[in-house]
Design a protein around this ligand. Structure first.
Ligand SMILES: Cc1ncc(COP(=O)(O)O)c(C=O)c1O
Length: 382
């Protein structure tokens, strides 16, 4: 049997990892500033994480949501403590798309309305409603097409006001920092405007925090920079450091009812153990502070390279916009210097490393980046 060929892949077989370093089957060491797409939040094979998962496996790995699973409440308590959203309610699932799917559905159950506002270049996942609010026609199948979604220009307040005026809007979904869209930071005043209009029109503010959340920017949710609360935050990626777990936290004003949401795998014992291990390490090792400090350092240093078009982002979610003629830099970093980074089309290098990235590893990247830029300089024609 062949694999269903949907991914362009690098011919590299990673077999081992520790912290921000990973190793292929030939023993070559790589610096991981991609984190397997913003997933590795506390570093590969963190000892506390390995121990907690191993212990849990020896107890029980899975049972369904038909019984009490106290680990879920422990996870909710810890999440409340670290995020500050202590009065929110947690629903657990398995991925980012599923988290957004549940958020959008819950919003519509809550206010009985159908229209969703999403934004140009947004990415919210590949399941039916999540892909409908994703601004990429190539990945929307005919069966997912709907006229319930209104796409608006990024951070355009007048367009937002106009879309709300119909009073049919059920929810607004927005990434605090667009990831796939090229590391575009939502303005704080725009996020506040969403809050005001959602209150005015009884609509639900959904903060997609799948990539930009979970401490990556130095605050637990990147939307927190605006100083207002969303009604639902969706989470996944960094939540399990590689173990598939996602979730939404829901404002107390949205009331639950049996049957509204449900899942077989979501919130199982092993997933909760992984989620707890991540939050314990984040808390004990002050990882949000580290993300802010090392992230700010990287951003400031990157801004000094005159060949770079723009540096965007917050904390350890960084986009380096390269000019067209330097579109090869990302591949050179991998080939020459064995550094994994992410990309956003056409020419943005995305840095999404573990939140405990050290200053020394940040410097190793900066030196390699300088070297690639230096060797890319064209001799001046005379
Ligand atoms: C902002 C955002 N939302 C949702 C998703 C979908 O998450 P998943 O791939 O876990 O379904 C992603 C994945 O890249 C994402 O970046």
């Amino acid at each position: 049997m062949n694999l269903f060929d949907v991914y362009p892949i690098n011919p590299i077989n990673i077999v081992k990892g520790a912290g921000s370093l990973i190793y292929d089957d030939k023993g070559t060491e790589y610096l991981d500033l991609y984190g397997g797409h913003a997933v590795i939040s506390i570093g590969h094979t963190h000892p506390h994480y390995v121990e907690r998962l191993e212990n849990q496996l020896h107890q029980i790995g899975f049972y369904s949501n038909s019984i009490e699973i106290p680990l879920q409440q422990q996870l909710a308590d810890k999440l409340g403590k670290l995020s500050g959203k202590t009065d929110y309610q947690l629903f657990l699932c398995n991925s980012g798309a599923e988290a957004n799917e549940n958020a959008l559905k819950l919003a519509s159950f809550h206010n009985g309305k159908k229209k969703v506002i999403a934004f140009r270049k947004a990415f919210h996942g590949r399941t039916s409603l999540a892909v409908s609010v994703t601004d990429n026609p190539k990945i929307v199948a005919p069966v997912n097409e709907t006229d319930n979604v209104i796409f608006l220009p990024w951070c355009d307040k007048a367009a937002l006001e106009q879309a709300f005026a119909t009073n049919e809007v059920s929810s607004v979904i927005i990434e605090g920092i667009q990831g796939v869209g090229g590391i575009q930071v939502a303005t704080e005043s725009f996020l506040r405007k969403i809050r005001t209009l959602c209150d005015q029109y009884n609509a639900v503010f959904i903060a997609d925090s799948v990539q930009c959340g979970y401490g990556r920017t130095g605050k637990f949710f990147s939307h927190d920079f605006a100083g207002v609360d969303a009604d639902i935050y969706s989470m996944a990626k960094g939540m399990g450091n590689g173990f598939p777990i996602g979730g939404i936290i829901i404002s107390p004003k949205i009331k639950p009812a049996y049957g509204m949401l449900g899942t077989t795998f979501g919130g199982n014992h092993l997933a909760c153990a992984a989620g707890l291990a991540v939050l314990e390490v984040m808390d004990n090792d002050n990882l949000m502070q580290n993300a802010e400090e090392v992230g700010n350092y990287l951003i400031e240093e990157l801004k000094k390279f005159e060949q770079v078009k723009e540096v965007r982002g917050r904390g350890l979610m960084i986009g380096i916009e390269m000019p067209d003629e330097l579109g090869h830099v990302r591949m050179e970093l991998l080939k020459q210097h064995h550094i994994f980074t992410g990309e956003a089309k056409p020419n943005v290098i995305r840095l999404l490393p573990a939140l405990n990235l050290t200053r020394a590893h940040a410097d190793r990247f900066l030196e390699a980046f300088a070297h690639v830029l230096q060797s890319s300089r064209q001799p001046i024609a005379v």
